[in-house]
Design a protein around this ligand. Sequence first.
Ligand SMILES: Cc1cc2nc3c(=O)[nH]c(=O)nc-3n(C[C@H](O)[C@H](O)[C@H](O)COP(=O)(O)O)c2cc1C
Length: 213
Amino acid sequence: MSRHGKNPIAGALTLAAIAAVCATLVAGTWQLTRDRIAANAKAELERNLAPALGGLEYDGSLTAAMVELPPPHGLPGRDAAAIYRVYAAGAPVAALIAVTAEDGYAGPIRMLLGVDTNGVVTGLRILEHRETPGIGDGIAHDRSNWAEQFTGRALGAPPLGRWSIRGDGGDFDQLTGASVTPRAVVKAARDTLIYFDANRETVFAMQSAEEAQ
Ligand SMILES: Cc1cc2nc3c(=O)[nH]c(=O)nc-3n(C[C@H](O)[C@H](O)[C@H](O)COP(=O)(O)O)c2cc1C
């Protein structure tokens, strides 16, 4: 018999109750953290929409005609991709496409590519990455102007075979001592342009979440 109580069943029940309360608290905290991380990622994405558009004029709000594409979607990345369609005077002028380059040095790199309806890049912004500070993090606009070299490029300019970093025979600058990170971003940008080129009409015909309501 225990020194703390005469009834072992009551003791076990108390322990089970404590365990249940702890499990509920952990699950609740996890859920709250997950929701907060998702909200922060969405806010960061939306902050980058206008900068990735490079000054192109547009109607209304950039978030109004967004479609989320669950995988498999044919764009780079194993997670959901998002496409924000952009219109001016009611006609499609560009798409802002959020994708993931899976093969970064330290993990996936979330990025946003703006492309106009002629297939010309309006801007590239890195949304989230874990690349090494001082080595691979120069891809981010707050660390260097590396990503600006994409603006004005298109699938034919340079030709598809030169959509790679200089070290691989391509036209894109890399970063000093870091070729893995830029290689991943160039490849994801190229594959996003290939998708857009092949699916332009479908992209603008998709129903957004708002329209579906
Ligand atoms: C601690 C450490 C961190 C590194 N971080 C990165 C990185 O974030 N991005 C990257 O491309 N290479 C990184 N590298 C370098 C790669 O291992 C690789 O050597 C480099 O990308 C090759 O680039 P290079 O062809 O310009 O020499 C890191 C290396 C070390 C030792």
